[in-house]
Design a protein around this ligand. Structure first.
Ligand code: HEC
Length: 148
């Protein structure tokens, strides 16, 4: 019985368009800002190793890259139309240039996948290169779509 309920709940979530998952536009803002904060935390831990600020720990790099891979998928459905509200730092271009924004999001996810592969390979050199590419993805999107 429990299983049946869980399956039904899963099916329900899968069927819902992402935007409908937020009761209020400000909930979407909170969600995406939380996702970005967590991304910054986990990427920051990897970046510290890539930049030699903390010793390279292959296991820790791998664990953080795994979490980052999931986190990097989260913010994008939390920019529904009408959510340019509250204390958002998003520029209106997020909604007026959706294709460019999506491309930036996809680039980040692609680069995070490479970072995850580098972390799994346990190579600091690969990790450095991949972390540099991820950092560039963050930066270039912020320049176009985030207020300072
Ligand atoms: C495709 C565009 C895009 C990419 C890629 C991107 N960001 Fe952002 N980021 C945004 C936008 C837009 C906001 C503003 C969100 C808001 O306030 O509603 C933001 C906000 C943030 C914030 C502030 C969250 C808060 O507390 O309000 C942090 C931190 C952040 N991003 C970190 C990162 C990091 C780290 C990466 C790369 C690993 C990254 N972002 C990649 C677009 C992007």
């Amino acid at each position: 019985m429990k299983h049946a309920v869980a399956a039904a709940t899963l099916a329900l979530f899968a069927a819902f368009p992402a935007a409908a998952q937020f009761a209020k536009p400000t909930d979407a803002v909170k969600y995406r800002e939380s996702a970005f904060k967590l991304m910054a935390t986990h990427f920051g831990r990897i970046n510290a190793m890539a930049q030699g600020k903390v010793p390279f720990d292959a296991k820790a790099a791998q664990a953080n890259a795994e979490v980052l891979s999931v986190l990097a998928k989260l913010p994008w459905d939390a920019f529904p139309a009408g959510s340019n509200v509250g204390n958002t730092e998003a520029k209106p271009e997020v909604w007026s240039q959706p294709d460019k924004f999506k491309t930036g999001a996809q680039q980040l996810m692609d680069n995070v996948a490479k970072l995850d592969a580098a972390a799994k390979a346990g190579s600091l050199d690969q990790l450095k290169a991949a972390a540099g590419a991820v950092g560039k993805s963050c930066k270039s999107c912020h320049e176009a779509f985030k207020k300072d």
